[in-house]
Design a protein around this ligand. Structure first.
Ligand code: ZN
Length: 107
């Protein structure tokens, strides 16, 4: 699954009009699961597969950051690292989102 991520590194397209969404559109809309396409107005949903991927990526920073925290490195260093990890993860999330015309059950 992880090795397939490389091929799928692109922004999602509306499944109704096939317009590619911008990073900003995807990022702010992913916060809600129901999203309206800016180009054709169709309601789009995050598909269940990418929803799982996004939730997985969202918890990753904790696992990367926790060992650093336990190592008791300096507080400033901890904050800097956490900030960098969060930024990278946030940049990455919209590329993992795939859209669907209908709402899919998460599990
Ligand atoms: Zn559309």
């Amino acid at each position: 699954m992880i090795c397939k991520w490389g091929e799928e590194m692109s922004l999602p397209a509306c499944q109704h009009c096939h317009s590619k969404w911008t990073w900003r559109e995807v990022f702010f809309k992913t916060l809600r699961r129901k999203m309206k396409c800016n180009y054709c107005g169709a309601v789009q949903y995050v598909d269940s597969k990418s929803m799982k991927r996004v939730s997985f990526i969202s918890v990753l920073p904790v696992f990367i950051w926790l060992p650093l925290f336990l190592l008791r490195t300096s507080l400033v260093w901890n904050i800097v690292v956490l900030f960098v990890i969060l930024t990278v993860v946030m940049m990455f999330i919209p590329y993992q989102v795939r859209l669907s015309n209908k709402e899919e059950p998460l599990w």
